[in-house]
Design a protein around this ligand. Structure first.
Ligand SMILES: C[S@@+](CC[C@H](N)C(=O)[O-])C[C@H]1O[C@@H](n2cnc3c(N)ncnc32)[C@H](O)[C@@H]1O
Length: 242
């Protein structure tokens, strides 16, 4: 059990219920798991997802690039990716970031979580404002900011991904821990991730769970373990076999 929590309640059915760890790190009441590292979520995102997919070097060469993600959460991974894209991509290049979210956070919780990183504020403000104004019952949230297009498919990724028309250069697998959120790491879903990845495309995840790696290998990825973030011994990166 995680200690030192305070609580804000979601009101819509399916909306995330957040407990705050040490006042700053959001934790899901449903899954009893934090949304990101308690040490420094942004540093974790940069280590696991950006470096794990070698995005800085790949962005510099890309005319367009598609990142897809399981688990939108606070939008931290999206914002860190958009910031890197703004710093590295060529003029005229376009980033598509597509994510899946079954239990959307309230915009006020999202904004509260993201205030910890003032360097993200210029991108976080328009995201939180648009998230706050999204209509009820929409199937997908969309936002364009300069050369970045964001789409968040709302609903269970197990249902939405098989229907989605997307092929990603790179994936972020960012469900809650596989033990607490096995629906986001199952063999069929990771098979869909494979089907929605370009040949030679990559993925990264903080998890080094053996059964997740086996599901990825069965799907058709070649997996490798790398050192994890902040004392975590290992994480997983993978390349789609052609
Ligand atoms: C670890 S958090 C993601 C953190 C996020 N990437 C960020 O930048 O803040 C996991 C997310 O997966 C979502 N999730 C869990 N099960 C899901 C499912 N079956 N389909 C879609 N999203 C799911 C949760 O609601 C949560 O927002």
């Amino acid at each position: 059990m995680i200690q030192n929590k305070s609580k804000t309640q979601g009101t819509e059915s399916g909306q995330a219920q957040i407990e705050w760890l040490e006042g700053a790190v959001p934790c899901s009441a449903r899954f009893d798991d934090p949304y990101y590292s308690r040490q420094d979520g942004l540093a974790e995102t940069r280590h696991v997802f950006l470096a794990g997919n070698r995005l800085a070097e790949r962005f510099a060469d890309a005319g367009r690039f598609t990142v897809a993600e399981l688990g939108f959460g606070t939008g931290l991974n999206f914002l860190a990716t958009a910031m890197l894209w703004n710093e590295t991509a060529s003029p005229g290049a376009m980033l598509d970031f597509l994510s899946f979210e079954q239990f959307p956070m309230a915009a006020t919780d999202m904004a509260a979580a993201l205030t910890v990183w003032p360097e993200l504020a210029a991108l976080a403000k328009p995201l939180c404002d648009a998230w706050d104004n999204r209509g009820d019952g929409m199937e997908a949230f969309q936002l364009t900011m300069a050369s970045t297009r964001l789409t968040v498919f709302l609903g269970d990724a197990n249902i939405r991904l098989p229907q989605a028309r997307l092929v990603a250069d790179a994936w972020f697998l960012d469900g809650f821990s596989p033990a607490r959120n096995p629906e986001l790491w199952n063999e069929a879903l990771l098979g869909e991730v494979f089907r929605h990845t370009l040949p030679g495309g990559t993925l990264a995840t903080y998890s080094a769970a053996g059964w997740v790696r086996r599901n990825l290998e069965t799907a058709g990825f070649r997996t490798t373990r790398q050192p994890g973030h902040a004392g975590k011994r290992q994480m997983t990166v993978a390349v789609r076999r052609s």
